[in-house]
Design a protein around this ligand. Structure first.
Ligand code: NAP
Length: 290
């Protein structure tokens, strides 16, 4: 039996339709969500992501502005720009594209972002909301939220299920584990990492398996590590020698799982849309709107 392949694009489209309506409603009340993207240097991936935010956001009626800084811009100037955006009442969300050039301390820049405008969920305050099960106040990092949306919108119930997350990274695995554990989602969560003694056993035990290790292109999670009938969400991005990308899960797992996401074309297709969604949420929290 072959698994149902859950592609990200139609789900992203569904979320965009909901957000467009919400933005229309906000505009009718005199509020236009605005996201400010800071791009330092000319890393091709970052340039693409920044442009993609403009296209995606503007399609939904939001304003997305990119400030481009030269790659030799001093750290103090980047921090000063972030602080200027913090103080601008017309900017509701701020995102600094990563990676930053080597001479810039990432933490200094990220910590300069006002938590209320931190649509990438990188500041300690936003992380605290997720950790403390206060998601209604949180701007949740996009990739873990994309994983949750994919499961939810595929009609798979998380409640009470045995869930395994492979990876305890700051960006994906760790916040994802907290979201799954939250009251209301109520998963029973196992988190694995590079020191996990029995990775295969932990994966095989899972009704829903999330892969977020980025452990290389040789597919860490093989088909025989997947429980028959499981839901498999692969958030990883591994670059193959030919430049193409692949996930952590061997595509052969589709013969065992009931539901599986492709890489590329799965989780990654949702993240830009979710950043715009976070900008809308940030605006509503800032203005006390519901
Ligand atoms: P990270 O911070 O590097 O964390 C990776 C985690 O995987 C670590 O906890 C590491 O364990 C664990 N790990 C590595 N090799 C392992 C192995 N052989 N067995 C078990 N666990 C292993 O990564 P991240 O930033 O959270 O990102 C995770 C993945 O998501 C990456 O592939 C990244 O490219 C991808 N990603 C995708 C998107 C998207 O839009 N789809 C966005 C962001 C990130 P230790 O803690 O023990 O080192």
């Amino acid at each position: 039996m072959s698994a149902k392949i859950i592609k990200g694009a139609p789900i992203a489209e569904e979320i965009r339709a909901e957000l467009s309506k919400e933005i229309e409603g906000l505009k009718a009340k005199g509020f236009t969500p605005k996201l400010s993207v800071v791009l330092v240097g000319d890393d091709p991936g970052s340039v693409w992501y920044a442009r993609n935010k403009v296209t995606t956001g503007e399609k939904m009626g939001a304003v997305v502005e990119v400030t481009e800084l030269a790659k030799d811009t001093p750290e103090a100037d980047v921090v000063a720009l972030v602080k200027k955006l913090n103080a601008d009442p017309n900017v509701h969300g701020i995102l600094v594209e990563l990676p930053l050039p080597k001479h810039i301390n990432k933490a200094n820049v990220m910590n300069a972002i006002a938590p209320a405008k931190d649509v990438d969920g990188v500041t300690a305050e936003q992380r605290g909301y997720v950790l403390g099960d206060m998601e209604s106040l949180a701007l949740v990092p996009a990739t873990p939220l994309a994983c949750i949306e994919l499961v939810k919108r595929s009609g798979v119930d998380i409640k009470g299920k045995r869930v395994t997350v492979v990876g305890r990274g700051d960006t994906v695995g760790r916040p994802l584990a907290m979201l799954l554990l939250s009251k209301g989602r109520d998963a029973t969560v196992t988190v694995c990492h590079s020191r996990t003694a029995d990775l295969a056993g932990a994966c095989k035990d899972a009704d829903i398996l999330f892969a977020a290790a980025g452990a290389g292109a040789n597919h860490l999670i093989k088909a025989d590590m997947v429980k028959p009938g499981a839901t498999v969400i692969d958030a990883a991005i591994n670059e193959k020698p030919d430049g193409s990308i692949t996930g952590d899960v061997d595509p052969a797992a589709a013969e065992v799982a009931a539901v599986i996401t492709p890489v590329p074309g799965g989780v990654g297709s949702l993240t830009t849309t979710i950043i715009v969604g976070n900008t809308v949420k940030a605006l509503k929290l800032q203005k006390g709107l519901n």
